[in-house]
Design a protein around this ligand. Structure first.
Ligand code: FCB
Length: 457
Protein backbone atom coordinates (compact mmCIF):
# COMPACT_ATOMS: atom_id res chain seq x y z
CA UNK A 1 0.00 0.00 0.00
CA UNK A 2 1.30 3.46 -0.88
CA UNK A 3 2.47 5.47 2.13
CA UNK A 4 0.00 8.34 1.67
CA UNK A 5 -2.86 5.88 1.27
CA UNK A 6 -1.85 4.20 4.51
CA UNK A 7 -1.55 7.55 6.27
CA UNK A 8 -5.04 8.50 5.07
CA UNK A 9 -6.39 5.20 6.36
CA UNK A 10 -4.72 5.70 9.74
CA UNK A 11 -6.19 9.18 9.97
CA UNK A 12 -9.63 7.73 9.26
CA UNK A 13 -9.17 5.18 12.04
CA UNK A 14 -8.04 7.71 14.57
CA UNK A 15 -11.06 9.85 13.71
CA UNK A 16 -13.24 7.08 15.13
CA UNK A 17 -15.01 8.13 18.32
CA UNK A 18 -16.74 6.34 21.16
CA UNK A 19 -19.95 7.88 19.87
CA UNK A 20 -19.67 5.67 16.77
CA UNK A 21 -20.37 2.65 18.99
CA UNK A 22 -23.59 1.68 20.77
CA UNK A 23 -24.29 3.75 23.88
CA UNK A 24 -24.37 0.82 26.31
CA UNK A 25 -21.14 -0.71 25.06
CA UNK A 26 -18.82 -2.29 27.67
CA UNK A 27 -15.39 -0.68 27.33
CA UNK A 28 -12.74 -2.36 29.34
CA UNK A 29 -9.32 -3.76 29.85
CA UNK A 30 -8.49 -7.33 30.70
CA UNK A 31 -6.06 -9.00 33.12
CA UNK A 32 -5.65 -12.34 34.88
CA UNK A 33 -4.79 -13.33 38.41
CA UNK A 34 -1.49 -15.17 38.00
CA UNK A 35 -0.18 -12.61 35.54
CA UNK A 36 -0.59 -9.62 37.85
CA UNK A 37 -1.35 -10.47 41.47
CA UNK A 38 1.91 -11.79 42.87
CA UNK A 39 1.54 -12.36 46.64
CA UNK A 40 2.21 -16.01 46.16
CA UNK A 41 1.84 -16.98 49.80
CA UNK A 42 -0.50 -14.30 51.08
CA UNK A 43 -3.59 -15.07 53.13
CA UNK A 44 -3.60 -18.82 52.67
CA UNK A 45 -2.98 -19.03 48.93
CA UNK A 46 -1.62 -22.42 47.92
CA UNK A 47 0.55 -23.20 44.92
CA UNK A 48 -0.93 -23.31 41.47
CA UNK A 49 0.44 -25.32 38.56
CA UNK A 50 2.18 -22.13 37.44
CA UNK A 51 4.12 -21.81 40.70
CA UNK A 52 5.44 -25.31 40.17
CA UNK A 53 5.98 -24.97 36.39
CA UNK A 54 7.89 -21.71 36.70
CA UNK A 55 10.17 -23.42 39.21
CA UNK A 56 11.28 -25.97 36.61
CA UNK A 57 14.42 -25.01 34.68
CA UNK A 58 13.94 -24.02 31.05
CA UNK A 59 10.21 -23.53 31.15
CA UNK A 60 10.12 -19.72 31.15
CA UNK A 61 12.15 -17.68 28.70
CA UNK A 62 13.67 -15.36 31.31
CA UNK A 63 13.50 -17.83 34.19
CA UNK A 64 10.96 -15.68 35.98
CA UNK A 65 7.64 -16.40 37.68
CA UNK A 66 4.49 -14.63 38.78
CA UNK A 67 5.49 -14.77 42.47
CA UNK A 68 5.52 -10.96 42.60
CA UNK A 69 4.40 -9.91 39.09
CA UNK A 70 2.70 -6.50 39.34
CA UNK A 71 2.05 -6.96 43.07
CA UNK A 72 -1.55 -6.18 42.21
CA UNK A 73 -2.69 -8.06 45.31
CA UNK A 74 -1.40 -5.12 47.33
CA UNK A 75 -1.57 -2.34 44.75
CA UNK A 76 -5.05 -2.98 43.36
CA UNK A 77 -6.53 0.39 44.42
CA UNK A 78 -3.95 2.19 42.31
CA UNK A 79 -4.54 -0.19 39.39
CA UNK A 80 -8.30 0.25 39.52
CA UNK A 81 -7.72 4.01 39.60
CA UNK A 82 -5.81 3.64 36.32
CA UNK A 83 -8.72 1.70 34.81
CA UNK A 84 -11.17 4.35 35.99
CA UNK A 85 -9.01 7.22 34.74
CA UNK A 86 -8.83 5.60 31.31
CA UNK A 87 -12.56 6.13 31.10
CA UNK A 88 -13.40 2.41 30.93
CA UNK A 89 -16.69 1.23 32.41
CA UNK A 90 -15.80 -2.46 32.72
CA UNK A 91 -12.87 -4.47 33.97
CA UNK A 92 -12.11 -8.11 33.23
CA UNK A 93 -10.03 -9.98 35.80
CA UNK A 94 -9.78 -13.54 37.01
CA UNK A 95 -10.22 -15.24 40.34
CA UNK A 96 -7.33 -17.35 41.54
CA UNK A 97 -8.66 -20.74 42.52
CA UNK A 98 -5.61 -21.38 44.79
CA UNK A 99 -6.64 -18.40 46.91
CA UNK A 100 -10.08 -19.91 47.51
CA UNK A 101 -9.45 -23.62 47.82
CA UNK A 102 -6.24 -24.53 49.49
CA UNK A 103 -5.69 -27.62 51.49
CA UNK A 104 -9.01 -27.84 53.22
CA UNK A 105 -12.45 -28.63 51.90
CA UNK A 106 -13.93 -25.32 53.08
CA UNK A 107 -13.34 -22.14 51.10
CA UNK A 108 -10.59 -19.85 52.35
CA UNK A 109 -12.40 -16.77 53.63
CA UNK A 110 -9.34 -14.56 53.32
CA UNK A 111 -9.11 -15.35 49.64
CA UNK A 112 -12.78 -14.58 49.15
CA UNK A 113 -12.34 -11.36 51.14
CA UNK A 114 -9.73 -10.16 48.66
CA UNK A 115 -12.08 -10.48 45.69
CA UNK A 116 -14.86 -8.98 47.76
CA UNK A 117 -12.77 -5.85 48.29
CA UNK A 118 -11.65 -5.85 44.67
CA UNK A 119 -15.22 -6.02 43.38
CA UNK A 120 -16.32 -3.24 45.73
CA UNK A 121 -13.35 -1.22 44.52
CA UNK A 122 -14.53 -1.64 40.94
CA UNK A 123 -18.09 -0.68 41.73
CA UNK A 124 -16.92 2.43 43.60
CA UNK A 125 -15.04 3.45 40.46
CA UNK A 126 -17.87 2.81 38.02
CA UNK A 127 -16.27 -0.36 36.63
CA UNK A 128 -18.52 -3.33 35.89
CA UNK A 129 -16.72 -6.40 37.23
CA UNK A 130 -16.18 -9.14 34.63
CA UNK A 131 -14.64 -12.05 36.50
CA UNK A 132 -13.23 -15.10 34.78
CA UNK A 133 -13.38 -18.18 36.96
CA UNK A 134 -10.49 -20.03 35.38
CA UNK A 135 -7.55 -18.32 33.75
CA UNK A 136 -5.10 -21.21 34.00
CA UNK A 137 -4.05 -21.21 37.66
CA UNK A 138 -5.18 -24.66 38.76
CA UNK A 139 -4.29 -25.57 42.36
CA UNK A 140 -1.31 -27.93 42.25
CA UNK A 141 -3.12 -30.31 44.65
CA UNK A 142 -5.61 -30.96 41.85
CA UNK A 143 -2.84 -31.44 39.32
CA UNK A 144 -1.38 -34.06 41.62
CA UNK A 145 -4.65 -35.93 41.16
CA UNK A 146 -4.53 -35.69 37.36
CA UNK A 147 -5.43 -32.07 36.65
CA UNK A 148 -7.90 -31.53 33.83
CA UNK A 149 -7.35 -35.08 32.58
CA UNK A 150 -9.16 -36.32 35.70
CA UNK A 151 -12.93 -36.03 35.75
CA UNK A 152 -12.80 -35.20 39.46
CA UNK A 153 -11.37 -31.77 38.55
CA UNK A 154 -14.66 -30.96 36.82
CA UNK A 155 -16.52 -31.44 40.09
CA UNK A 156 -13.90 -29.56 42.07
CA UNK A 157 -14.37 -26.63 39.67
CA UNK A 158 -18.14 -26.73 40.20
CA UNK A 159 -17.53 -26.54 43.93
CA UNK A 160 -15.17 -23.56 43.50
CA UNK A 161 -17.66 -21.77 41.24
CA UNK A 162 -20.38 -22.32 43.81
CA UNK A 163 -18.32 -20.77 46.62
CA UNK A 164 -17.26 -17.76 44.57
CA UNK A 165 -20.64 -16.96 43.06
CA UNK A 166 -22.35 -17.28 46.43
CA UNK A 167 -19.99 -14.70 47.84
CA UNK A 168 -19.88 -12.21 44.95
CA UNK A 169 -23.11 -12.91 43.09
CA UNK A 170 -25.03 -10.15 44.85
CA UNK A 171 -22.84 -7.57 43.09
CA UNK A 172 -21.61 -9.31 39.98
CA UNK A 173 -24.13 -10.40 37.34
CA UNK A 174 -21.73 -11.35 34.52
CA UNK A 175 -19.44 -14.35 34.77
CA UNK A 176 -16.97 -15.91 32.38
CA UNK A 177 -16.40 -19.58 33.20
CA UNK A 178 -13.14 -20.27 31.36
CA UNK A 179 -10.45 -18.37 29.52
CA UNK A 180 -9.31 -20.06 26.31
CA UNK A 181 -9.91 -23.78 26.81
CA UNK A 182 -7.74 -24.42 23.75
CA UNK A 183 -4.71 -23.06 25.63
CA UNK A 184 -5.56 -24.88 28.85
CA UNK A 185 -5.77 -28.17 26.98
CA UNK A 186 -3.31 -27.85 24.11
CA UNK A 187 -0.53 -25.71 25.60
CA UNK A 188 -0.97 -27.43 28.95
CA UNK A 189 -1.14 -31.06 27.78
CA UNK A 190 -0.26 -31.33 24.08
CA UNK A 191 2.77 -29.13 23.35
CA UNK A 192 3.73 -28.60 26.99
CA UNK A 193 4.44 -24.91 26.54
CA UNK A 194 2.27 -24.04 29.52
CA UNK A 195 1.72 -25.58 32.94
CA UNK A 196 1.54 -28.43 33.70
CA UNK A 197 3.92 -28.97 30.76
CA UNK A 198 2.64 -32.34 29.56
CA UNK A 199 3.05 -33.52 25.96
CA UNK A 200 0.45 -36.14 25.25
CA UNK A 201 -2.34 -35.73 22.72
CA UNK A 202 -4.88 -38.08 24.34
CA UNK A 203 -4.43 -36.21 27.64
CA UNK A 204 -4.95 -32.90 25.84
CA UNK A 205 -8.18 -34.05 24.24
CA UNK A 206 -9.45 -35.49 27.49
CA UNK A 207 -8.54 -32.23 29.25
CA UNK A 208 -10.39 -30.21 26.62
CA UNK A 209 -13.50 -32.28 27.18
CA UNK A 210 -13.32 -31.85 30.93
CA UNK A 211 -12.78 -28.10 30.67
CA UNK A 212 -15.84 -27.81 28.43
CA UNK A 213 -17.85 -30.06 30.73
CA UNK A 214 -16.87 -27.98 33.74
CA UNK A 215 -18.14 -24.92 31.88
CA UNK A 216 -21.41 -26.74 31.25
CA UNK A 217 -21.80 -27.59 34.93
CA UNK A 218 -20.78 -24.12 36.06
CA UNK A 219 -23.41 -22.19 34.10
CA UNK A 220 -26.44 -23.53 36.03
CA UNK A 221 -24.58 -23.01 39.32
CA UNK A 222 -23.95 -19.38 38.41
CA UNK A 223 -27.62 -18.96 37.50
CA UNK A 224 -28.74 -20.54 40.78
CA UNK A 225 -26.55 -18.25 42.88
CA UNK A 226 -26.77 -14.98 40.98
CA UNK A 227 -29.87 -12.93 40.30
CA UNK A 228 -30.13 -11.83 36.65
CA UNK A 229 -26.95 -13.76 35.93
CA UNK A 230 -25.24 -13.55 32.57
CA UNK A 231 -22.88 -16.41 31.97
CA UNK A 232 -20.53 -17.18 29.09
CA UNK A 233 -17.09 -18.41 28.13
CA UNK A 234 -14.07 -16.74 26.49
CA UNK A 235 -12.49 -18.64 23.60
CA UNK A 236 -9.26 -18.00 21.73
CA UNK A 237 -10.31 -18.12 18.09
CA UNK A 238 -8.39 -17.62 14.88
CA UNK A 239 -9.31 -17.11 11.27
CA UNK A 240 -7.57 -19.94 9.44
CA UNK A 241 -6.17 -19.42 5.98
CA UNK A 242 -4.78 -21.90 3.52
CA UNK A 243 -1.15 -21.40 2.48
CA UNK A 244 -2.13 -21.88 -1.14
CA UNK A 245 -5.08 -22.71 -3.33
CA UNK A 246 -4.00 -26.36 -3.57
CA UNK A 247 -6.54 -28.94 -2.48
CA UNK A 248 -4.03 -30.36 0.00
CA UNK A 249 -3.35 -27.06 1.75
CA UNK A 250 -7.01 -26.23 1.83
CA UNK A 251 -7.84 -29.57 3.41
CA UNK A 252 -5.06 -29.06 5.97
CA UNK A 253 -6.43 -25.61 6.82
CA UNK A 254 -9.87 -27.10 7.34
CA UNK A 255 -8.47 -29.78 9.65
CA UNK A 256 -6.55 -27.17 11.61
CA UNK A 257 -9.68 -25.07 11.96
CA UNK A 258 -11.34 -28.20 13.29
CA UNK A 259 -9.09 -28.47 16.33
CA UNK A 260 -8.39 -24.76 16.84
CA UNK A 261 -11.94 -23.43 16.56
CA UNK A 262 -14.67 -25.96 15.85
CA UNK A 263 -13.55 -28.42 18.55
CA UNK A 264 -14.73 -25.83 21.07
CA UNK A 265 -17.46 -23.90 19.25
CA UNK A 266 -19.34 -26.93 17.92
CA UNK A 267 -20.03 -28.68 21.24
CA UNK A 268 -20.77 -25.38 22.99
CA UNK A 269 -23.42 -24.65 20.39
CA UNK A 270 -25.00 -28.09 20.52
CA UNK A 271 -23.36 -29.67 17.47
CA UNK A 272 -21.17 -32.15 19.34
CA UNK A 273 -17.49 -32.57 18.51
CA UNK A 274 -16.72 -32.10 14.81
CA UNK A 275 -16.95 -35.46 13.05
CA UNK A 276 -14.00 -34.79 10.74
CA UNK A 277 -11.66 -34.15 13.69
CA UNK A 278 -12.98 -37.15 15.58
CA UNK A 279 -12.38 -39.31 12.52
CA UNK A 280 -8.77 -38.04 12.21
CA UNK A 281 -7.99 -38.42 15.89
CA UNK A 282 -10.10 -41.49 16.48
CA UNK A 283 -7.51 -43.39 18.51
CA UNK A 284 -7.08 -40.48 20.89
CA UNK A 285 -10.72 -39.44 21.28
CA UNK A 286 -11.73 -38.39 24.78
CA UNK A 287 -13.99 -40.43 27.02
CA UNK A 288 -17.39 -38.83 26.94
CA UNK A 289 -20.08 -39.97 29.34
CA UNK A 290 -23.81 -39.92 28.65
CA UNK A 291 -25.19 -36.44 29.25
CA UNK A 292 -21.84 -34.65 28.84
CA UNK A 293 -22.60 -33.16 25.44
CA UNK A 294 -26.00 -31.94 26.63
CA UNK A 295 -24.34 -30.29 29.65
CA UNK A 296 -21.71 -28.57 27.49
CA UNK A 297 -24.40 -27.25 25.14
CA UNK A 298 -26.14 -25.31 27.91
CA UNK A 299 -27.28 -22.01 26.32
CA UNK A 300 -25.13 -19.09 27.40
CA UNK A 301 -25.85 -15.39 27.53
CA UNK A 302 -22.78 -14.35 25.58
CA UNK A 303 -19.64 -15.64 23.92
CA UNK A 304 -16.30 -13.98 24.62
CA UNK A 305 -13.83 -13.88 21.76
CA UNK A 306 -10.13 -13.41 22.39
CA UNK A 307 -8.72 -12.32 19.07
CA UNK A 308 -5.04 -11.88 18.34
CA UNK A 309 -4.05 -13.25 14.92
CA UNK A 310 -4.98 -15.38 11.92
CA UNK A 311 -3.08 -18.55 11.07
CA UNK A 312 -1.87 -19.70 7.65
CA UNK A 313 -1.73 -23.48 7.29
CA UNK A 314 0.09 -25.74 4.85
CA UNK A 315 -0.27 -29.47 4.36
CA UNK A 316 2.63 -31.18 6.16
CA UNK A 317 2.37 -34.96 6.48
CA UNK A 318 3.50 -36.20 9.87
CA UNK A 319 3.55 -32.75 11.46
CA UNK A 320 1.28 -31.87 14.34
CA UNK A 321 -1.71 -34.02 15.22
CA UNK A 322 -3.42 -33.22 11.91
CA UNK A 323 -0.63 -33.19 9.31
CA UNK A 324 -0.42 -29.44 9.05
CA UNK A 325 2.07 -26.68 9.69
CA UNK A 326 1.70 -23.00 10.55
CA UNK A 327 3.42 -20.98 7.83
CA UNK A 328 4.95 -17.56 8.47
CA UNK A 329 4.66 -15.67 5.21
CA UNK A 330 7.17 -12.92 4.58
CA UNK A 331 6.24 -9.28 4.18
CA UNK A 332 3.43 -9.38 6.71
CA UNK A 333 3.06 -6.85 9.52
CA UNK A 334 3.77 -8.54 12.84
CA UNK A 335 4.02 -7.65 16.52
CA UNK A 336 7.23 -8.32 18.46
CA UNK A 337 5.83 -11.77 19.25
CA UNK A 338 5.63 -12.54 15.50
CA UNK A 339 1.86 -12.51 15.60
CA UNK A 340 0.35 -11.21 12.36
CA UNK A 341 -1.45 -7.89 12.68
CA UNK A 342 -4.73 -8.41 10.85
CA UNK A 343 -7.66 -6.28 11.97
CA UNK A 344 -9.73 -7.57 9.05
CA UNK A 345 -9.20 -11.03 10.53
CA UNK A 346 -11.18 -9.93 13.56
CA UNK A 347 -14.01 -8.74 11.36
CA UNK A 348 -13.97 -11.98 9.43
CA UNK A 349 -13.93 -14.05 12.62
CA UNK A 350 -16.78 -12.17 14.29
CA UNK A 351 -18.90 -12.46 11.15
CA UNK A 352 -18.23 -16.15 10.95
CA UNK A 353 -19.17 -16.86 14.56
CA UNK A 354 -22.34 -14.84 14.16
CA UNK A 355 -23.30 -16.57 10.91
CA UNK A 356 -22.39 -20.14 11.86
CA UNK A 357 -23.24 -20.27 15.55
CA UNK A 358 -25.55 -17.33 16.25
CA UNK A 359 -24.54 -16.52 19.84
CA UNK A 360 -26.95 -14.08 21.52
CA UNK A 361 -24.23 -11.54 22.20
CA UNK A 362 -20.50 -11.35 21.58
CA UNK A 363 -17.79 -9.55 23.49
CA UNK A 364 -14.22 -9.15 22.43
CA UNK A 365 -12.81 -10.23 25.76
CA UNK A 366 -9.16 -9.83 24.71
CA UNK A 367 -7.28 -8.09 21.92
CA UNK A 368 -3.88 -6.49 22.09
CA UNK A 369 -0.27 -6.40 21.00
CA UNK A 370 3.27 -6.60 22.31
CA UNK A 371 6.14 -4.41 21.22
CA UNK A 372 9.59 -3.73 22.63
CA UNK A 373 8.59 -0.63 24.55
CA UNK A 374 11.16 1.79 25.93
CA UNK A 375 10.69 4.47 28.51
CA UNK A 376 12.07 7.75 27.22
CA UNK A 377 11.94 10.90 29.34
CA UNK A 378 9.04 9.57 31.37
CA UNK A 379 6.97 8.40 28.40
CA UNK A 380 6.43 5.32 26.24
CA UNK A 381 5.87 6.28 22.62
CA UNK A 382 4.25 3.06 21.46
CA UNK A 383 2.80 4.30 18.19
CA UNK A 384 2.50 0.77 16.82
CA UNK A 385 0.27 -0.33 19.70
CA UNK A 386 -1.90 2.75 19.25
CA UNK A 387 -2.25 1.99 15.57
CA UNK A 388 -3.07 -1.65 16.37
CA UNK A 389 -5.78 -0.54 18.76
CA UNK A 390 -7.25 1.99 16.36
CA UNK A 391 -7.38 -0.42 13.47
CA UNK A 392 -8.97 -3.17 15.54
CA UNK A 393 -11.60 -0.78 16.87
CA UNK A 394 -12.36 0.24 13.28
CA UNK A 395 -12.81 -3.46 12.39
CA UNK A 396 -15.04 -3.87 15.43
CA UNK A 397 -17.22 -1.00 14.30
CA UNK A 398 -17.51 -2.59 10.87
CA UNK A 399 -18.62 -5.83 12.49
CA UNK A 400 -21.33 -4.00 14.40
CA UNK A 401 -22.37 -2.14 11.26
CA UNK A 402 -22.92 -5.39 9.39
CA UNK A 403 -25.09 -6.70 12.21
CA UNK A 404 -22.80 -8.76 14.46
CA UNK A 405 -24.17 -8.32 18.01
CA UNK A 406 -20.93 -7.23 19.73
CA UNK A 407 -21.57 -5.44 23.01
CA UNK A 408 -18.13 -4.81 24.42
CA UNK A 409 -14.38 -4.66 23.94
CA UNK A 410 -11.65 -5.44 26.47
CA UNK A 411 -8.12 -4.44 25.57
CA UNK A 412 -5.40 -6.83 26.69
CA UNK A 413 -4.00 -5.56 28.93
CA UNK A 414 -4.37 -2.90 31.59
CA UNK A 415 -0.79 -3.51 32.75
CA UNK A 416 2.40 -5.09 31.45
CA UNK A 417 2.51 -8.43 33.22
CA UNK A 418 3.88 -11.96 33.44
CA UNK A 419 3.36 -13.32 29.94
CA UNK A 420 3.37 -17.05 30.73
CA UNK A 421 6.24 -18.94 29.03
CA UNK A 422 7.65 -15.61 27.82
CA UNK A 423 8.00 -14.28 31.36
CA UNK A 424 8.45 -10.51 31.47
CA UNK A 425 9.90 -10.29 27.96
CA UNK A 426 6.56 -9.43 26.34
CA UNK A 427 4.80 -6.24 27.27
CA UNK A 428 1.11 -6.08 26.34
CA UNK A 429 0.02 -3.28 28.68
CA UNK A 430 -1.55 0.08 27.98
CA UNK A 431 0.33 0.88 31.18
CA UNK A 432 4.06 0.28 31.47
CA UNK A 433 5.19 -1.46 34.64
CA UNK A 434 8.74 -1.17 35.93
CA UNK A 435 9.10 -4.56 37.60
CA UNK A 436 11.96 -3.36 39.83
CA UNK A 437 10.16 -0.38 41.32
CA UNK A 438 6.52 -1.35 40.56
CA UNK A 439 6.03 2.08 39.03
CA UNK A 440 3.13 2.39 36.62
CA UNK A 441 3.33 4.70 33.61
CA UNK A 442 0.55 5.18 31.10
CA UNK A 443 1.87 4.56 27.58
CA UNK A 444 0.90 6.72 24.61
CA UNK A 445 -1.51 3.94 23.56
CA UNK A 446 -3.19 4.19 26.97
CA UNK A 447 -3.42 7.95 26.53
CA UNK A 448 -5.01 7.42 23.12
CA UNK A 449 -7.55 4.93 24.54
CA UNK A 450 -8.30 7.42 27.32
CA UNK A 451 -8.86 10.20 24.79
CA UNK A 452 -11.08 7.94 22.72
CA UNK A 453 -13.13 6.83 25.71
CA UNK A 454 -13.49 10.32 27.09
CA UNK A 455 -14.43 11.74 23.71
CA UNK A 456 -11.22 13.69 23.23
CA UNK A 457 -9.59 11.65 20.51
C1 FCB B 1 -4.01 -14.82 25.72
C2 FCB B 1 -4.16 -15.04 27.20
C3 FCB B 1 -3.71 -13.89 28.05
C4 FCB B 1 -2.45 -13.24 27.50
C5 FCB B 1 -2.61 -12.93 26.04
C6 FCB B 1 -1.44 -12.22 25.43
O1 FCB B 1 -3.92 -16.03 25.05
O2 FCB B 1 -5.50 -15.31 27.51
O3 FCB B 1 -3.55 -14.33 29.37
O4 FCB B 1 -1.38 -14.05 27.76
O5 FCB B 1 -2.86 -14.11 25.33
Amino acid sequence: MAIDQKAAQNAAHSALTRGDFPARFAWGTSTSSYQIEGARRADGRVDSIWDVFTGQPGRIRDGSSGAVACDHYHRWPQDLDIARDLGTNAYRFSIAWPRIFGDGSAPNQKGLDFYDRLVDGMLERGLQPWPTLYHWDLPQTLQDRGGWVARSTVYAFANFVDAVTRRLGDRVPQWITHNEPWCTAMHGYMDGMHAPGIRDLPSALQASHHVLLSHGLAVPIIRANVKDARAGIALSLHPIRSASGSAEDMAAAHRHDGLRNRWFLDPLFGKGYPQDVLAELERFAPRIEPGDLEAIAVPTDFTGVNYYFPEVIAHAPGEGPLDGRVVHKAGVERTAFGWEVAPEGMLQLLRRIHAEYGPRVLYVTENGSTYDDVVQDGAVHDAQRTSYLQRHLAALKEAIDVGVPVEGYFAWSLLDNFEWAEGYTRRFGLTHVDFDTQQRLLKDSGKWYRGFLRGQS
